[in-house]
Design a protein. Structure first.
Length: 465
């Protein structure tokens, strides 16, 4: 089974890949199955139950809105983010929605979309059940889906097939571990990005691969630009957006910056904050590999492109390919879901991906790349997911900035070595998985532990629907 780099990097909307993008895709898939079975015309009502982490923090993550939009036929890649608020308001007022934009049905937010805060389904912490009813409240179809991180969604019994699936394509250089990846690089005298590019050719030609990766980079740059332009308060906790002010301060201090060698760190912080502030308000972001960690890879890639003298467009392509290879190891052998293993699976994975990718484009050997990725993940082990109010604001936004700087430092440490190190990336990934399993549930995206309970929360603005 194979994962493409474009499964890990997708253009979508905030604030969460597992709580927003995944549920939107699952909802769209469920209604599409109704149409495939010629049942859409008979639907009178749909009921949705959100379980586990989706039930506990789904409202703050916009899961309710995502499910509605998915049932109406929207995709996270193309939905009009600027029109969402007005659209949801109209659906509430009319107490109805249009399935796939074709079949109007009644829908009451309070009674037809239920947050099961204390109940979980067995397959994964992010579970959801969709039930379609016909005349006389007869059940037409029911499905359970799990949003397993990064926008990946699987059906409970595989009757639909996963919404996003690992391909059965045969790859020229398959690998399931860091050890196997390094062995392939040694055997073929190739870099990690070289092998990844050749694997991607199983799906599309090289010109298309490069074009699509540059599109991902363009979307990341656009997100940073928007984040640096927008100010004001974020909904919910009323947290003040800082990126626009920081950007102006840095632009106004050009001469002072020459005296402070750490000014580059300020810019890296800015890039990450800009992305994650956009993510927190439901803006257009690149899942990398999740939305909660969406600012790290763009911040480090901006650092490479703007502050490294050897930066090229080909380097951007190789950066994303290398980051994708590392992300696949986490996806296959542990998890990138905060609800499953805590924030070490999101911010930790993204930090590791960015560190390894930066090392490659700065001339590091495959062993140094693997070392950088290991260093970054090793120092994110045990990181909990404890969003205040269930919102991707505190500590999530600053956490992306901190991890971006950590990724750069991990790369620098690895480049100063020769690639020989004591702990392997595979061992750290295994440790992350085991640590996540041992972590108390309240520290895994439930807002029932950590900062979420020890910080006095201001009244949030998203009143229960």
């Amino acid at each position: 089974m194979s994962i493409s780099v474009f499964d890990l990097f997708t253009i979508g909307i905030g604030p969460s890949s597992s709580h927003t993008i995944g549920p939107m895709r699952a909802a769209h898939r469920f209604v599409s199955k109704l149409e495939e079975h010629d049942l859409l015309k008979d639907v009178e009502r749909i009921k949705v139950h959100l379980y586990g982490s989706l039930g506990a923090t789904g409202r703050g993550h916009g899961t309710d809105r995502a499910v509605i939009l998915g049932m109406e036929g929207e995709h996270p890649e193309s939905v009009d983010v600027d029109g969402i608020d007005a659209r949801i308001t109209a659906i509430k007022e009319q107490a109805s929605l249009s399935l796939l934009g074709k079949k109007p049905v009644s829908f009451d937010f309070r009674n037809d979309l239920l947050f099961e805060k204390r109940e979980s389904l067995p397959g994964h912490p992010n579970g959801m059940r969709f039930i379609a009813f016909g005349a006389n409240d007869s059940e037409l179809m029911a499905r359970v889906y799990y949003s397993v991180g990064g926008g990946f969604v699987v059906n409970e019994n595989k009757t639909d097939g996963p919404v996003i699936t690992e391909s059965k394509k045969s790859l020229p250089f398959p690998f399931d571990s860091g050890e196997e990846l390094l062995a392939l690089c040694e055997q073929h005298k190739a870099s990690i990005s070289d092998l990844m590019l050749k694997n991607e050719l199983a799906w599309r030609d090289e010109k298309e691969v490069r074009r699509k990766l540059i599109e991902i980079w363009d979307a990341m740059q656009a997100c940073v630009k928007r984040g640096c332009s927008n100010s004001g308060l974020m909904p919910g906790l009323k947290v003040k957006r800082r990126a626009a002010k920081m950007h102006q301060q840095l632009m106004d201090q050009a001469e002072a910056a020459l005296r402070d060698p750490l000014t580059i760190m300020d810019w890296v912080n800015l890039y990450a904050l800009a992305v994650n502030e956009e993510n927190a308000v439901g803006g257009r972001v690149v899942t990398a590999p999740t939305n909660g960690a969406a600012g790290i890879i763009p911040a480090v890639l901006h650092y490479y492109k703007r502050f490294c003298s050897t930066a090229t467009e080909d380097g951007v392509v190789r950066f994303l390919l290398t980051a994708g290879a590392i992300g696949m190891l986490f996806k296959r052998n542990a998890s990138i879901s905060g609800a499953e293993v805590g924030c070490q699976g999101e911010v930790g994975s993204a930090c590791s991906m960015a560190a390894g990718a930066l090392t490659e484009v700065l001339g590091g050997t495959p062993s140094q790349v693997e070392n950088a990725a290991e260093i970054a993940m090793e120092h994110n082990l045990g990181l909990t997911c404890d969003p205040i109010g269930g919102l991707v604001q505190i500590p999530c936004i600053e956490r992306n900035a901190m991890a971006s700087v950590k990724a750069i430092n991990a790369s620098r440490l690895a480049l100063l070595g020769d690639g020989d190190h004591f702990v392997s990336l595979d061992k750290v990934i295994k440790t992350m998985r085991e640590t996540g399993h041992d972590m108390l549930e309240k520290y895994k995206e439930t807002s029932r532990g950590g900062l979420a309970t020890n910080v006095i929360e201001v009244p949030v603005s998203y009143i229960e629907c």
